[in-house]
Design a protein around this ligand. Structure first.
Ligand code: ATP
Ligand code: MG
Length: 570
């Protein structure tokens, strides 16, 4: 299956509680049996793995039920939104494997309709213009354990409210001097119901509407109406909006929508060793703690794409974690594991030497080159083999040689023999050192020509197999190794006097230059993924140039943190 095919997405086992509700509603013929969901991001940042959960849920339910899913920019906040983010969001949702067809909407396109609805509420005596400001508003609102007090402006006549609201729109009043508020209940135990604001005055150009408006609708007012305008049947949102649901329903009821959407809340995704708040991610970008939204260490979809995470693995991860009603912290190792599982099946194996050590095979003829057969992917017989050149001078991994090998070290050491992957047995006969530093700079070796293919006809065995590249043929490369962005599992739970940034991992990136990769990687395009044998999965970075390929390590072959964490956490 192609990795951008979303048809594999679906609930892992049985129906989660949201799919159960949707299923019940369909059976009961609610909304005429229709299902329509939406994914409503605010274009004030790039999408992250938490959004992926919401995308997979909304688009997934639509796919599974033969319904529809809209993509809507929730863009009513002029200060922070931008077209750059809109484009990035579209690209990321497509990349994840989902399609909204022609159903792409902007809440800002509803400004006229929203205004009309607000007027309707005023006319029905359900909203009023209030002159209380800032501090006063909070004082009148009371506290969770103490009822609020009615605003002195609450009993204005409909005519006066209509006039004032009209003049708010016309720009007669300064920013923040008045609001339009719903007239609900200042004594409600739910703070959201204590006459919430519907409109505020704010002279800020909107990225799409320009200077057309100096009043902007509030999120809680915009959201249910946008859902209703689009005939959404199930409005899925995260848990923090549970207390807003009565307000959501209040608007839809007062405005008498025929088949109003139903809001259902689910738990936000939190992942260990990272943060998933756009505000914090923006802070990391602007503070130069990472190289941008698409830094491969970021939990953003652009970052994960650059890192080499396949979209199918992200969908699998979202399926596996499921949908629940209680917030939880998911191990990042689970995401890495989904990535590993997919890449194990799909990524071709190649040989690359990250920290090269020169090897001269003294009994191999000068100038001779052999083409040896290397298996492209043992998990996929159809992937076939490729020729790799073998010659007198090779590079092997520095770590695959020890002058004084410890017990259980089965790789190369003076006098010891190992297997070169897909090639011959190789024996170390001498060590060349830098006279100044004493560092090993070259090995002198011999090979056994009888062992081509990696087996000795006399039945003699070797314990270690190492990878290599031919020095004359290999290409230079830079390899960037990544580790968790934060050392702490939950950097947001930093404790008093601490900031999540205090837990940034200073070793989250290590750049290796002078690496050597086999020549079959010549011209590999950005985004192509490989397994470097014995080292992990790697992806070609767009920084690659004629001067050399650049690779990002997508994920190591095994979860090395599992051990470390068990140790440090006791
Ligand atoms: P942030 O707090 O990072 O700004 P947000 O919820 O304000 O996030 P939106 O752009 O409004 O960001 O989110 C769009 C949709 O994605 C919403 O429906 C929201 O519920 C969902 N979403 C955002 N973050 C998560 C998350 N961590 N887990 C699950 N869903 C999420
Ligand atoms: Mg939001």
């Amino acid at each position: 299956m192609k990795d951008d095919d979303a048809s594999s997405s679906g609930p892992a086992a049985g129906l989660d509680f949201i799919r159960q509700i949707v299923d019940d509603d369909r059976r009961a013929g609610k909304h005429g049996g229709r299902v329509q969901t939406r994914f409503p991001p605010e274009p004030n940042g790039y999408l992250h793995i938490g959004h992926a959960k919401a995308i997979c849920l909304n688009f997934g339910i639509a796919q599974e039920t033969g319904g529809l899913c809209n993509l809507r920019m929730d863009d009513t906040n002029p200060e922070t939104e931008d077209q750059e983010y809109v484009r990035a969001i579209e690209k990321d949702v497509r990349w994840l494997g989902f399609d909204w067809a022609e159903r792409f909407f902007y809440a800002s396109d509803y400004f006229d309709r929203l205004y009309e609805c607000a007027v309707q509420l005023v006319e029905g005596g359900h909203a009023y213009v209030c002159d209380l400001q800032g501090e006063e508003v909070s004082r009148y609102r009371g506290r969770w354990d103490e009822p609020g007090r009615d605003s002195p402006y609450r009993e204005r006549s409909v005519a006066e409210n209509l006039d004032l609201f009209e003049r708010m729109r016309a720009g007669e009043f300064p920013d923040g001097s008045r609001t339009l508020r719903a007239k609900i209940d200042m004594a409600s135990s739910n703070m959201n119901m204590r006459d919430p604001a519907l409109y505020r005055i704010r002279r800020a150009p909107h990225y799409r509407q320009g200077d057309r408006w100096c009043i902007y609708p509030m999120y809680d007012f915009t959201h249910p109406l946008s859902d209703a305008y689009e005939d959404i049947t199930h409005s899925l949102c995260t848990l923090e909006f549970e207390d807003h649901r009565p307000l959501y329903d209040w608007f839809l009821e007062r405005l008498a929508f025929e088949s109003p959407p139903r809001q259902i809340e689910f738990a936000r995704l939190n992942v260990t060793h990272t943060v998933l708040s756009k505000r914090k991610l923006l802070e990391l970008v602007e503070g130069g703690h990472v190289d941008g939204w698409d830094d491969p260490r970021m939990p953003t979809l652009v970052g994960m794409r650059r890192r080499g995470y396949p979209p199918g693995a992200i969908r699998d991860f979202c399926d596996r974690i499921g949908i629940a009603k209680a917030n939880s912290l998911v191990q990042i190792a689970q995401l890495e594991d989904a990535v590993r599982q997919e890449l194990n099946r799909t990524a071709p194996r190649v040989m690359a030497v990250l920290r090269p050590l020169r090897v001269v095979i003294e009994n191999y003829p000068e100038g001779q080159v052999e083409q040896l057969d290397a298996v492209n992917n043992p998990e996929d017989p159809a992937a076939g083999t490729r020729p790799v050149p073998f010659s007198r001078v090779l590079y092997i991994e520095h770590g695959d040689f020890r002058e004084d090998p410890p017990r259980k070290y089965f790789r190369l050491a003076p006098g010891r023999e190992v297997r070169l992957r897909y090639a011959y047995f190789l024996k170390c006969t001498g060590v060349v050192k830098d006279p100044a530093s004493g560092e090993v700079t070259e090995l002198r070796c011999t090979y056994d020509p009888e062992t081509r293919g990696g087996y000795a006809p006399d039945g003699r065995k070797v314990r270690g197999t190492i990878h290599w590249v031919s020095a004359a043929h290999a290409r230079p490369a830079e390899v960037r190794l990544y580790d968790h962005l934060f050392t702490r599992e939950d950097p947001e739970d930093a404790g008093a006097g601490q900031d999540y940034k205090d837990y940034l991992n200073p070793a989250s990136r290590e750049v290796l230059t002078g690496c050597r990769v086999e020549s079959s990687l010549d011209g590999a395009p950005a985004g192509r993924r490989y397994q470097f044998e014995r080292q992990g999965y790697f992806c070609v970075d767009p920084d690659s140039s004629d001067a050399g390929l650049v690779f990002n390590r997508t994920v190591s072959l095994r979860d090395t943190w599992a051990k470390i964490e068990r140790k440090t956490l006791g």
